[in-house]
Design a protein around this ligand. Structure first.
Ligand SMILES: *Cc1c(COP(=O)(O)O)cnc(C)c1O
Length: 427
């Protein structure tokens, strides 16, 4: 059953509803969705389009997945929410156990958060608290890389790329952290020690003020869709240890197989001290994230007192039920061959774009395909072109990219790639 939107609905929404990163008087189109199944969205006018974005990285198992639907319905009929202060429940315990089992061995402790941004806030707090309770009161800065994206709340924004995150607009409310250039060494390029010298110099001069380094492992997501060398990431880990600084990995976009490994840190065979997960955690069904850490971090903080965070909807049972069902699907291991297959198909399917004069670079990693244009695209013109071709792709700036649900069939993927290239060739 589809609930169709009337002209009145759409007029009301254009006047009263804010969309992500948009103005209320925007002339940018928004497309009403009335249904979603598998990899397809059904629009108000009855058209079906293939979702090339996994609704911003999260719908790894596709829409209306029977196992996911069943798990959430069962939890609704049990109970939908209880506070987590002083109470606990099976969905949260099961989920924590799964997360501890799935992540590298030193990661042992789970803090549930309500969104990716909040899990980053918690990660930053954890890192600062870890040092402050041990008497290192000057270790309050983060060291990070340009081109990063960690979310939209103020703490998370303060470590986002200063230009992309529009720090100038919020000077005065954002804490000031230290930035070095993005990892210069691309995923397939040989790493040289000179690539990391600027980062190393910064650590050398300011490690006494640095609580943690925060980085998106291997793939910088919304800040630039950029893939860098695992050797670079390995050196970041070594230098953090050398200079007594914690390492935070934001795996919100990269986690759960997207880059071809279950977690992107596995490309470099290293483990962070603190790790955030979100997005595909619940298969896109509910907003939920988690901040995970080693026992060393949680024990050190806890030896001195409580962690200073506790959201109202912490460990919401419905979100936990969705995440448990999602992680059960990941645990079948089917994602491995699905992502490998998507990678192969994207390599061949998007290669025609590399020939175009308008295209600067095509890059593929796991189930992520990126076309970087030479000039920024005009969203207002380009977005409807994708919809006309039967696919959902949302570019930003010079970047046009796809990261489809893992369950996409070969036929659907061929269609997605062909139509994608056709639109890119017309820009
Ligand atoms: C999306 C994203 C976030 C923010 O998550 P929200 O759920 O949107 O708050 C943080 N870090 C990375 C790497 C992300 O991709």
């Amino acid at each position: 059953m589809h609930h169709h939107l009337s002209t009145g609905d759409l007029e009301f929404e254009s006047r009263h509803v804010w969309h992500p990163y948009s103005s209320t008087n925007s002339s940018l189109p928004v497309f009403p969705v009335v249904g979603a199944n598998g990899v397809k969205l059904t629009l108000n006018d009855g058209r079906e389009i293939i979702d090339g974005m996994s609704s911003w990285w999260c719908m790894a198992h596709g829409y209306n997945h029977p196992h996911m639907n069943q798990a959430m319905k069962a939890q609704i009929d049990t109970f939908s929410h209880v506070m987590f202060g002083g109470l606990t429940h099976k969905p949260a315990i099961d989920l924590a156990r799964k997360l501890v089992d799935m992540t590298p061995e030193p990661i042992q402790t789970v803090f549930f958060a309500d969104s990716g941004s909040v899990s980053v806030e918690v990660a930053i707090k954890m890192a600062m608290q870890y040092w402050v309770v041990q008497g290192y009161t000057r270790k309050t800065r983060m060291l990070t890389f340009r081109g990063g994206y960690y979310g939209d709340t103020t703490g998370a924004m303060s470590v986002c790329d200063p230009v992309g995150g529009m720090h100038s607009l919020f000077t005065g409310i954002l804490p000031e952290h230290h930035f070095v250039p993005r990892p210069p060494c691309k995923f397939d390029e040989p790493f040289a020690e000179s690539h990391i010298s600027e980062f190393k110099n910064s650590l050398e001069t300011m490690h006494e003020q640095v609580a943690a380094v925060i980085i998106e492992p291997i793939v910088q997501g919304a800040g630039g869709m950029y893939f860098y060398s695992p050797d670079f990431l390995r050196r970041v880990r070594e230098l953090c240890d050398e200079y007594n600084v914690l390492l935070i990995h934001d795996e919100i976009a990269t986690g759960f197989g997207r880059t071809g490994k279950l977690f992107a840190c596995e490309h470099a065979n290293i483990v962070p001290d603190i790790m955030t997960v979100g997005k595909a955690l619940t298969g896109g069904y509910m907003t939920m994230a988690a901040t995970l850490c080693t026992e060393k971090v949680s024990d050190t903080i806890s030896a001195h007192g409580p962690i200073m965070h506790g959201p109202t909807f912490m460990a919401n049972p419905l979100a936990c039920a969705a995440a448990n069902a999602s992680l059960e699907i990941f645990a079948t291991g089917a994602w491995k061959s699905q992502v490998a297959n998507i990678e192969q198909k994207l390599l061949s399917g998007l290669s025609p774009c590399a020939e175009l004069d308008s295209v600067a670079e095509v890059r593929i990693l796991g189930a992520i395909g990126v076309v970087e244009m030479k000039e920024p695209v005009v969203m207002k013109e380009v977005q409807p072109m994708f919809v006309e071709e039967g696919i959902w792709v949302r570019p930003f700036g010079k970047l046009i990219y796809i990261m489809p649900p893992y369950i996409i069939s070969d036929e659907e993927l061929d269609f997605l790639c062909q139509r994608f290239c056709r639109v890119v060739s017309r820009i």
